[in-house]
Design a binder for this molecule. Structure first.
Ligand SMILES: [Zn+2]
Length: 268
C-alpha cells in the first residue's frame, strides 16, 4: 500500500516522463519502466549509466526502491529472464530486493535537462544550438578559445576519470571556439558538427576510419572520452530534479561501468 506523502513508483515515473517524454525516444529504443510495482513507495533512488551486477548490488546495499538508468537493461528481443542468464540474474535480484527499474535513454539525450545539456554545461558552452535536427548533441561557444591540447586537458579534468582518460585527433595547436558535444556514440554526427561550424567535437566510440577520414577532410578536431564518461554527467542532474520534486534521498553511482578498465601506454 502507498504510504501517505511518499511518492510511488508511478509518481516518479510520471515525473521522469514529463522531463524525458518517451515519445521523444528513437523508434529503435527501449525506454520506460522495466520492472517494479507502480504502487510501491519510493524514498530512495539510485541513478546509473548502466545496470550491471555491480550497480544492481549497489542499489540493494543502499536500500533504494528505484534505479534510474540511462542504458536499457533489456534491449534486444528477450524470450527468457531466467536467473541463469546475465540480465535475468539482475532482474531476479532487483525484484527480490524490491527495486524498480526505469530507463531514460535517447529521450534523455535530447531533453533540456538531458545528457547532452549536462555535457555542454561541463564546458560552459553558451549560445547553444542543437547539433542534429533530432535533438541529439549541442553546439556552443567556449568562454575563451582553447587550443585542442588545452581542450583535451579540460575534458580530462571535468569528465569523470576512467582508466584510459581522454584522447584527441587533430592539430594540437588548433584554436577551438565553437565546440560540439555528442554524448555516447557520436561517430555519425561528425559530418553534422562540420556543417554546424564546430572547431571540435567531444564524443566517444569513434572508429579509426571515421576519425582518419574526417580529419583528413578538414573536419572538426575530435576529443574522445569513454562512452560512460560522456553520459555520467547527466546523473547528478536527474538526481537533483528528483530531490527538488519529491524531497527524496538520491544517490549517483560513481562505480565506473566503462568496460575498458586497463590502459597501458604503447611503446614503453
Ligand atoms: Zn550511451
Amino acid at each position: 500500500m502507498p504510504t501517505a506523502g511518499v511518492p510511488t513508483v508511478a509518481d516518479v515515473v510520471a515525473a521522469l516522463d514529463e522531463w524525458y517524454p518517451p515519445a521523444t525516444a528513437a523508434s529503435w529504443d527501449r525506454v520506460g519502466l522495466v520492472l517494479g510495482e507502480p504502487t510501491a513507495p519510493v524514498e530512495r533512488v539510485l541513478c546509473v549509466v548502466d545496470v550491471v551486477p555491480e550497480t544492481a548490488r549497489q542499489a540493494l546495499d543502499l536500500g533504494v526502491q528505484l534505479i534510474v538508468s540511462h542504458h536499457p537493461l533489456l534491449f534486444r528481443g528477450v524470450s527468457s529472464v531466467a536467473p541463469t542468464t546475465y540480465a535475468g540474474r539482475i532482474v531476479h535480484d532487483l525484484i527480490r530486493g524490491g527495486v524498480a527499474l526505469h530507463v531514460a535513454h535517447t529521450n534523455a539525450d535530447v531533453a533540456p535537462d538531458g545528457v547532452n545539456e549536462a555535457l555542454a554545461d561541463l564546458f560552459g558552452l553558451t549560445d547553444r544550438v542543437l547539433l542534429t535536427p533530432e535533438g541529439i548533441g549541442r553546439v556552443g561557444t567556449l568562454s575563451e578559445p582553447l587550443t585542442l591540447r588545452e581542450l583535451t586537458t579540460l575534458a580530462a579534468r571535468v569528465l569523470p576519470a576512467t582508466s584510459w582518460g581522454v584522447r584527441a585527433a587533430g592539430d594540437p595547436d588548433r584554436r577551438i571556439t565553437r565546440l560540439a558535444v555528442s554524448s555516447g556514440s557520436g561517430s555519425e554526427h561528425l559530418a553534422q558538427a562540420a556543417e554546424m561550424g564546430a572547431d571540435a567535437v567531444v564524443t566517444s566510440d569513434v572508429k579509426h576510419h571515421y576519425a582518419s577520414e574526417h580529419i583528413a577532410a578538414g573536419g572538426p578536431a575530435i576529443v574522445e572520452a569513454a562512452h560512460w564518461a560522456t553520459e555520467w554527467p547527466w546523473l547528478p542532474r536527474v538526481a537533483g530534479l528528483l530531490r527538488n520534486r519529491f524531497g527524496m534521498e538520491t544517490f549517483v553511482s560513481e562505480l565506473r561501468t566503462d568496460p575498458w578498465n586497463l590502459a597501458v601506454p604503447g611503446g614503453e
